[in-house]
Design a protein around this ligand. Structure first.
Ligand code: SFD
Ligand code: AMP
Length: 627
C-alpha cells in the first residue's frame, strides 16, 4: 500500500477552496473569528494567487448595483436574474447578494483593483450591471487580501495550498471536516472542523470539449475546477438544486474569448455566415418562450438558442461583427486628430479585453491574422459547464438570510446546506445565478459569517471515527496501489486490469456528449438517451474502482474524474426528471420540446443517500420575494 503520512489538523472553521468565494470567506471569517477566539483554516488544491476561474484575470466586475448613486436597486437585480433564468431563481439569495455587492466592489478597489473611470471619475460600465476593470492581477489582489486577513490571526489561522480535498468527514448528520492529499508530498490530510465551507468551484470536462489534440483541455471554464463542490456536498448527503441548469456561453471560437464587452460595450451584432442577424430574423421564435422570451433582456439561453437554430439549418459559422462595431465607434468621432486617437483607443480596448482574462484568444487572433477592425471573428456555443455563479444555476440548496427568506428557504444559518455545519458559496451554492466573481466574494463573506454563528451556537468538536478515516485513506490512495500492482502487465496506458484517469474521462465525456446533449448532439437529448446515459454511467461507476495512478498528479486526476462523474449523474437525473424544455440554448428535450409553466415552474432538487446510493428527486416551489 502507498505509504503516506497522515497529518491531522484541528480547526473551528474549515474553508475548502481558495477562489473568489473562499477568499471572501477568509476576510470575513478573520474578523468574526478574532472577536470570538476561533481558528480558521483554508485549503486550496492550487496556489491561491492564481487559482480558480479568475486565475488568468478578468476584464469586468459583472455585478454592480450602484445603490448609493441611485443607479439601480436590489429589486432591479432580482428582476434581472428572474428573467434571465426563465423564472427559476432563489430571490432571497439573489437579493441578499445584491444589497451587499457595492461594498465589496469598493473593497476590491481599495485593495488595488483598477476599475475604469471616465473623465468625471465615475465607473465605466460595460452594460447595466458590469464595470470594466484592468483585471489581469485580479486574483492576486483578492488572494493577498485574504491571506493578509488570516495572517493577522497569528496561530489561529492556517493556509494549506496544493492539498486536494476529496471527501467530507461526517459525525451523523453533522459535517465534521474533510480529507484530502498533498499534491507535492506524500501526505494524507485529515481536517477536523466544527463547520465546513465548500467553495471549490463548479465543473468542466464533464462534457466532451470542442478542443482536441494539442488544444485538449482548453475550455472556457478553468480545467482545474472538476466538480469537487458538487461531489463533496452530495457525499455529505446535502440536497442539491438546479442540477439541470448547465451553462453554455457563446464565445469567440476555439480560444473561448469573452463576448460581453463586444455585445454590451462595443454594441456589436452577431450574424450567421450569410449575413443574417439571428436576433432579428428569429424574433418570432421568442413568442414560444413567453413570458421570458418577450421581456428584456432576452435570457442568455434564448440568445444562444436563436444562434443555434441558424447553425442547425446550416447557416454557420456565426460571426461577431467586430469590424462593423469598431467602425461605428470610430466614425462617431469627428475626422482628424480625435479620430486617430479613438482608433488607437478602441484597438487597445479590443485586445485588452482578451489580454485581461483569455490571453489565448489574443494569441489565436494574432496567429490567424485577425485584425478585428478589418474582419469579423467566429463565435460558437461552448460545451456545457456547471457554474452556479454565472448564467447557470447548479449548486447546493442553501438557507437564505433570516430577515428575507420565507420559512421554506430558511433553516437557521445563512448559506448553510441541508447538512448541519456545511456552508456553500459561489459556484457551490445553487439557484442564485449572476453573482459572478464579486458576488461570489460577497456570498463567501456571508457564508463565513453564517458558519461562525453556527460554531458559536454549536461549539463542540464533532467526533471523527479514525478507523473510518483509515479506510478512506486506503480508498483514496488505492489508484496508486492498483498501478503498482499491474504496471508490468501490458501497456502503461491501456491495461486490462485498470483504467487510467484520462481514458476514464474520455469515456465519461463521450457518454455525456452523445446522450445528454453535448456539442455533437447539438445540445439535444430525449428520455431514451438520458436513460441510456444512466445505464452507461452505472458501468463507469463500477469501473471507477479500477482507476490507476502512476504518480500523485494522476491520483488527483483520478479523483477529479470521480467527482465529475457524480456531477454527470446528478445532471442527467435532473434533466430526465424535469419533463419540459425550459432553457433551450442550454439543452433541448426533443421529446418534451415546450416549456410547461403550469407544472414545472419550480426548482428540481436531488440528493443521494450516501450509504445506499439511492437518489431522491423532489420539486420545490419558486417563492417570489417581490412582484
Ligand atoms: O465575463 C479546490 N467569471 C466572471 N466574473 C466576473 O465578475 N467578471 C468576468 O469578467 C467574468 N468572466 C469570466 C468568469 C469565469 C471564467 C471561467 C471566465 C471568465 C473565463 C465568473 C467568475 O470567475 C466566477 O463567478 C467566480 O470565480 C466563482 O467563484 P468560486 O469561488 O465559486 O470559484 P473559483 O473562483 O473558480 O474558485 C474555486 C477554488 O476551488 C479550488 N478547488 N480546492 C481544494 N480541493 C479541491 N478538490 C478543489 N477543487 C477546486 C480551486 O483551486 C479554486 O481556488 S466572463 O467572461 O464571464
Ligand atoms: P460574457 O462575456 O458573455 O460572460 O458576459 C459578461 C456579462 O454581460 C454577463 O453579465 C452577461 O450576462 C452579459 N451579457 C453578455 N452578452 C449579453 C447580451 N447580448 N445581452 C445582455 N447581456 C449580455
Amino acid at each position: 500500500m502507498a505509504q503516506y503520512e497522515t497529518v491531522e489538523v484541528t480547526t473551528d472553521l474549515l474553508i475548502l477552496g481558495g477562489g473568489m468565494a473562499a477568499c471572501g470567506a477568509a476576510v470575513e471569517a478573520a474578523y468574526w473569528a478574532k472577536k470570538n477566539g476561533l481558528k480558521v483554516t483554508i485549503v486550496d488544491k492550487a496556489a491561491m494567487d492564481r487559482s480558480g476561474a479568475v486565475a488568468m484575470g478578468l476584464s469586468a466586475l459583472n455585478m454592480y448595483v450602484g445603490i448609493k448613486d441611485g443607479e439601480n436597486t436590489p429589486e432591479d437585480y432580482v428582476h434581472y436574474v428572474r428573467q434571465d433564468l426563465m423564472g427559476i431563481s432563489r430571490e432571497d439569495l439573489v437579493y441578499d447578494i445584491a444589497r451587499h455587492i457595492d461594498s465589496t466592489v469598493h473593497l476590491l478597489e481599495k485593495w488595488g483593483l483598477p476599475i475604469w473611470k471616465d473623465e468625471n471619475g465615475a465607473y465605466v460600465h460595460e452594460g447595466r450591471w458590469q464595470l470594466m476593470i484592468n483585471g489581469e492581477s485580479y486574483k492576486v489582489i483578492v488572494a493577498e487580501a485574504a491571506k493578509n486577513a488570516l495572517t493577522t490571526m497569528g496561530d489561529d489561522a492556517e493556509i494549506y495550498e496544493r492539498v486536494f480535498i476529496v471527501d467530507p468527514l461526517m459525525d451523523g448528520d453533522r459535517v465534521a471536516g474533510a480529507v484530502g492529499f498533498s499534491i507535492r508530498d506524500e501526505k494524507f490530510y485529515v481536517f477536523k472542523a466544527k463547520a465546513v465551507m465548500a467553495a471549490m468551484g463548479g465543473a468542466v470536462h464533464v462534457f466532451k470539449p470542442r478542443s482536441t489534440g494539442e488544444g485538449l483541455g482548453r475550455s472556457w471554464y478553468p480545467p482545474f475546477n472538476s466538480g469537487s463542490s458538487a461531489y463533496f456536498t452530495l457525499k455529505a448527503g446535502a440536497e442539491m438544486t438546479c442540477q439541470e441548469v448547465r451553462f453554455i456561453p457563446v464565445r469567440f471560437k476555439d480560444a473561448y474569448g469573452p463576448v460581453g464587452a463586444w455585445f454590451l460595450l462595443f454594441k456589436s451584432r452577431a450574424t450567421n455566415a450569410l449575413g443574417g442577424e439571428y436576433m432579428v430574423e428569429r424574433k418570432e421564435e421568442l413568442n414560444n418562450w413567453k413570458p421570458y422570451g418577450l421581456a428584456k433582456p432576452i435570457p442568455a439561453n434564448l440568445r444562444n438558442y436563436l444562434g443555434m437554430l441558424d447553425l442547425n439549418e446550416g447557416k454557420g459559422p456565426l460571426y461577431m461583427r467586430t469590424d462593423e462595431a469598431m467602425k461605428a465607434i470610430i466614425e462617431s468621432v469627428p475626422e482628424g486628430k480625435e479620430r486617430k486617437k479613438k482608433i488607437k483607443e478602441v484597438e487597445a480596448e479590443a485586445w485588452e479585453d482578451f489580454l485581461d482574462m483569455t490571453i489565448s484568444q489574443a494569441i489565436l487572433w494574432a496567429g490567424s491574422n485577425i485584425y478585428p477592425e478589418k474582419k469579423a471573428s467566429e463565435i460558437a456555443p461552448c460545451e456545457p459547464y456547471f457554474i452556479g455563479s454565472h448564467s447557470g444555476a447548479s449548486g447546493a440548496w442553501v438557507s437564505g438570510p433570516e430577515d428575507l427568506s420565507p420559512k421554506e428557504y430558511f433553516w437557521g444559518y445563512n448559506r448553510m446546506a441541508t447538512v448541519k455545519g456545511l456552508f456553500c458559496a459561489g459556484d457551490a451554492s445553487g439557484a442564485s445565478s449572476h453573482k459572478f466573481s464579486d458576488g461570489s466574494h460577497v456570498e463567501g463573506r456571508m457564508a463565513a459569517k453564517g458558519a461562525l454563528a453556527f460554531i458559536i451556537d454549536n461549539n463542540t468538536q464533532p467526533n471523527v471515527d479514525m478507523a473510518q478515516v483509515e479506510e478512506m485513506k486506503k480508498t483514496i490512495l488505492k489508484p496508486l496501489d492498483i498501478y503498482e500492482e499491474h504496471k508490468a502487465f501490458a501497456d502503461g496506458e491501456v491495461n486490462p486490469n485498470f483504467i487510467k484517469p484520462m481514458q476514464f474521462m474520455f469515456r465519461m465525456q463521450k457518454i455525456m456528449d452523445e446522450y445528454v446533449g453535448g456539442v455533437s448532439s447539438a445540445f439535444t437529448t430525449n428520455t431514451p438517451s438520458l436513460e441510456r446515459a444512466l445505464e452507461l454511467l452505472e458501468f463507469l461507476k463500477e469501473d471507477s474502482e479500477k482507476l490507476a495512478a502512476e504518480d500523485v498528479h494522476e491520483l488527483m486526476r483520478c479523483w477529479e474524474n470521480v467527482q465529475r462523474m457524480w456531477q454527470a449523474e446528478a445532471h442527467t437525473r435532473t434533466v430526465l426528471f424535469r419533463e419540459e424544455t425550459r432553457w433551450p440554448g442550454y439543452y433541448f428535450r426533443a421529446d418534451m420540446p415546450k416549456m410547461d409553466e403550469d407544472n414545472w415552474k419550480c426548482f428540481v432538487n436531488c440528493k443521494v443517500d450516501p450509504s445506499t446510493g439511492e437518489w431522491e428527486m423532489t420539486k420545490k416551489d419558486v417563492i417570489p420575494l417581490i412582484d
